[in-house]
Design a protein around this ligand. Structure first.
Ligand SMILES: [Zn+2]
Length: 284
């Protein structure tokens, strides 16, 4: 199967402050950018600016991808045991936005999902919450493809479902639905010091990628400037196996605070170009 991988960028309204989306993205587009990933979170202080930016991005021909809410007050914990209605009420308006784009564009809209986490519930209960939530979301929204993400290490008492590759795969297999797959966050694997290529079972289920680099101190979500994460090699392996989906350069702007704008642009352009090249692997 020939791969079909679009290179994306996780756009936030503040990236385009003082500019326009078109102007800001022009050099990235030239380097191969063709998708944009949007966080769905109506509690984000800039929320009002997100939907207009989606409209603008779509009108400029970018494929739209989404990230389900994951910061408090959003939480999947307790979905199976009692809090189902409250959790549905908080997620439904956000997932509906992605669904409506899927319907409008006549395609499945990919939504990245973090599994349940909690500082007081058992892992087995959180796993069940995640599976039940996915079953609800897939039956309620017929134009969503949900990509379950492997997460970074926990920094506090939280138990996070999906912090190992095995558990992400187990969630996806437990749901066993044609519209559920894996979002492979390459940087998160590097934070866990996992440097080996996953097995074929994992690779074939990847429908979305998050690519970013980490510095010597282990701070992630940088452009690909340090070479501390084998993003190119891993994306090339996905291309070789015939992946269909987007690979998003997932950057935190705060990581480049104080950089001159030219340096920021150059780092983003080089990263997009590297991902584009890796994703374009062709059988000889
Ligand atoms: Zn990610």
């Amino acid at each position: 199967m020939t791969a079909n991988i679009q290179i994306g960028f996780n756009i936030f309204p503040r990236w385009v402050t003082g500019s326009t989306l078109e102007t800001f993205l022009a050099p990235l587009k030239k380097a191969g950018l063709s998708a944009l990933e949007f966080l769905l979170d109506e509690h984000d202080p800039e929320w009002k600016a997100f939907e207009p930016l989606m409209e603008e991005g779509a009108s400029q021909g970018y494929r739209l991808c989404f990230h389900a809410p994951f910061r408090a007050p959003y939480a999947l914990a307790g979905f199976k045991e009692g809090d189902r209605d409250t959790i549905i009420a908080s997620y439904r308006p956000m997932l509906s936005i992605a669904q409506s784009w899927g319907v409008r564009l006549g395609d499945l809209a990919t939504v990245v999902l973090h599994s349940a986490h909690s500082d007081h519930l058992e892992r087995v209960a959180l796993f069940a919450d995640t599976v039940s939530f996915l079953q609800w979301a897939l039956s309620e929204f017929d134009h969503l493809r949900i990509a379950v993400e492997n997460l970074g290490p926990s920094s506090d008492a939280d138990v996070k479902v999906g912090d190992t590759r095995e558990e992400v795969l187990a969630v996806v297999k437990a749901v066993d639905h044609p519209r559920v797959g894996i979002c492979w966050d390459l940087g998160h694997d590097c934070l866990h010091h996992r440097s080996h290529l996953p097995g074929e079972e994992w690779m074939r289920r990847v429908v979305h990628v998050h690519a970013h680099d980490l510095d010597a101190a282990g701070i992630d979500h940088y452009p690909l400037i340090f070479g501390n994460c084998p993003c190119r090699e891993w994306l090339q392996a996905l291309a070789r196996i015939g992946m269909h989906g987007a690979a998003t350069l997932e950057i935190k702007g705060t990581q480049m605070k104080g950089w001159p704008p030219e340096r920021v642009t150059a780092a983003l352009v080089d990263s997009v170009a590297a991902l584009k090249e890796a994703s374009s692997w062709q059988a000889q």
